[in-house]
Ligand binder design. Structure first.
Ligand SMILES: [Mn+2]
Length: 373
């Protein structure tokens, strides 16, 4: 929507947050489902589960003091094999807070998701005005209504208002990365800062469209490449489930891919050195890391829409991310595709606890790294 280079004032931005966002965990529209978990989260965040709306609104005043902000984007409309990543933000926060690490980040809440919508460009005017009425109680208000459109406008305003602050987004299916990565890349480009996108995933997400839809979990990376300085600024790691081989993808998109078997065990160290050299040759200064939990083997990440065997253990991505962090600033990140209520038949023991524990280690590292330099 708003593509002008307008920098919102603090009051405008705060107003926008109240329109677009809600209490952490409340972005999934329910009456009773998940309430026990929500109450536990509210207790941890606010010390009570009464009047959380007011406490959340008050907490937004702390934005100017915090470097790193956590945003939930509980949308899985862009998924399509097995849904359920809409519960990722609530469940992952619960595990993160149980672990008790001081994240030094402010949780600004969830995008208010209408679960039948994906992006406003797929909607007609009548639907948009009905949804404006439902979300904002004003059918004429010039605000987006679909989760990815809201997230884009929010992230764009956020980066303009707070260029030195960082956003960590919890999805959602992987299409939820598209709006936040796009807003990040556009802002860095406008500021002349050289950035690269580091993408951990079992899948390439490089289809141009899927059944006619160009922004979904299988296509979002193909759509984001144009916002990078060049395709060489995209590195994909952990790929293993693809109809085409690595040469096909690298020859088509002209970026770098490391498949799961090329990274495992001791190879992770030499691969990370190769990536660091590549990024230094491109004069890259800052990184965005997008982490699809299914880059991990299904024995570590079974609670996800498309669990895959033959994947990484948490050791390899942690080592690679630590090595990258020693050489570059990490100024944007997300974790996607945690679907806590999905359990495949073979691996249902210890799930979703295993996936959530591993995801919270990854998220803790990324959040702390974003706050550290
Ligand atoms: Mn993905």
């Amino acid at each position: 929507m708003n593509n002008s280079a307008h920098t919102p004032s603090w009051n405008e931005f705060k107003q926008k947050m109240k329109h677009y966002l809600t209490v952490p965990g409340n972005g999934v529209y329910t009456v009773h489902t998940g309430q026990e978990k929500k109450n536990r989260l509210f207790q941890k965040l606010y010390g009570t589960n009464e009047n959380v709306q007011q406490l959340w609104e008050k907490s937004l005043d702390a934005i100017p003091m915090n470097t790193t902000l956590i945003l939930g984007l509980p949308s899985d409309t862009g998924g399509g094999i097995q849904r359920g990543a809409n519960w990722g933000p609530l469940f992952l926060r619960d595990t993160l807070l149980q672990n008790g690490d001081d994240l030094k980040a402010l949780d600004i809440g969830d995008v208010r998701v209408i679960p039948h919508l994906l992006h406003d460009k797929y909607l007609n005017d009548e639907t948009i005005s009905k949804c404006r009425k439902a979300l904002y109680n004003d059918e004429k208000i010039q605000l987006p209504v679909s989760p990815l459109s809201i997230a884009y406008d929010f992230a764009q305003s956020f980066h303009r208002s707070f260029p030195s602050k960082r956003l960590f987004t919890i999805g959602g299916d992987h299409s939820a990365s598209y709006p936040v990565v796009r807003a990040y890349l556009e802002e860095k480009k406008a500021k002349g800062i050289k950035v690269a996108l580091i993408h951990f995933d079992a899948h390439t997400d490089l289809s141009i469209e899927r059944l006619g839809i160009d922004i979904c979990f299988g296509t979002w990376t193909a759509q984001i490449v144009d916002y990078l300085e060049s395709p060489a600024h995209l590195i994909q790691l952990g790929i293993r489930s693809s109809a085409k081989d690595r040469a096909h993808w690298e020859n088509t998109f002209h970026h770098k891919q490391y498949w799961s078997h090329e990274l495992q065990g001791e190879k992770a160290q030499s691969v990370s050195e190769e990536i660091i050299q590549h990024l230094k040759n491109l004069n890259v200064e800052e990184l965005y890391i997008t982490f699809d939990i299914d880059c991990l083997d299904q024995s570590y990440a079974g609670a996800t829409g498309t669990p895959e065997s033959g994947g990484l253990s948490p050791y390899e991505p942690m080592l690679i991310m630590q090595n990258l962090f020693e050489n570059f600033k990490i100024t944007g990140a997300d974790i996607m595709e945690i679907a806590p209520q999905v359990k495949s038949a073979e691996i249902k023991q210890m799930e979703p606890e295993t996936t959530l524990m591993v995801a919270s280690q990854i998220a803790t590292f990324l959040i702390q790294a974003m706050g550290a330099k």
